[in-house]
Design a protein around this ligand. Sequence first.
Ligand SMILES: [Zn+2]
Ligand SMILES: [Zn+2]
Length: 340
Amino acid sequence: MPKLRQDPATRKWSIIATERTKRPDDFAGDGKDVAPLEAYDESCPFCPGNEHMTPEPMFTLPVEEGDGSGAWAVRVVPNKFAALSKPTGDNVSTARSRRGLYLEMDGIGEHEVVIEVPDHSKTIATMTEEEVSRVVATYKARFLELDRSEWNQQIIIFRNQGEGAGTSLAHPHSQIIGTPIVSEEIRNRLEVAQRYYDDCGTCVYCDMLQAEIEEKVRIVASNAGFVAFTPFASTVPYNTWIVPRRHASSFGVITDDETDLLGAMLRSVLNGMYTLLGNPDYNYVVRSAPHHSAGEPHFHWYLEILPRLTTRAGFEIGSGMNINVVVPEDAASQLREAAK
Ligand SMILES: [Zn+2]
Ligand SMILES: [Zn+2]
């Protein structure tokens, strides 16, 4: 019989459809991974030598400190097709205007692209640990910079891998957007965590982490700083959370050691998915507290990976519940093997 499972951190129910269970092979081998990319593409705006095709970078990590050659390891540029406009001048405001029943405000914010490595053909799964750690260190530097702006109420760091996950450029990159409002997706998590804290006096994420460590069956990988597991009520097949062992509500307080440990874990989990599922499309997102909730005892930042193996259809849209065709415990044991 299928099971309905609830995530205590979102209160969202998912259907774990045991009778329609799919194997990794049902998702893999659709040809996405048959034509490897070249390391350089002359028409790609993110490849070395084509720097003139992007706006001026706001951040660069050199290959070697002070080598003066201009060679870069990571580069951050404004998104040419930004979702929100960077606030400039005096006529900027976060004032809401009423249009009858409806609210409207200026679409201010920041939208940056993190060009993760010079090599066009790589992806997080095929980078070195050092390369991925540099990407995470860049996330931190940009998060802190964007967090200094009075306009950015929340900062979303995310990565879209593959066309099915919404990317149009193949060159390995992630994005960071600062928004002038706290959105529903974050607000709901904060409220659920606050209520849990009121009832129990503990952080729901710390409690989940402890429960997962004790139960073991959904653990994918762990190291000194982080634990990766498939949530009990996983919303999609191979849904994976990477949760810091140390309680902190804002991603901005990640230490240098944790940056390296997260880089290593992200690489190994995504490499496991790459092998098991044949270079699947996915999104990942860093879920961090908004600016004014940094330091809260009830919220706990984490990174969530959502492989794009199935399509959200009418029932999911209508109910807000997902039908997950891979049992989280099975997903964990397969990923655990593959991520070794
Ligand atoms: Zn490129
Ligand atoms: Zn916590």
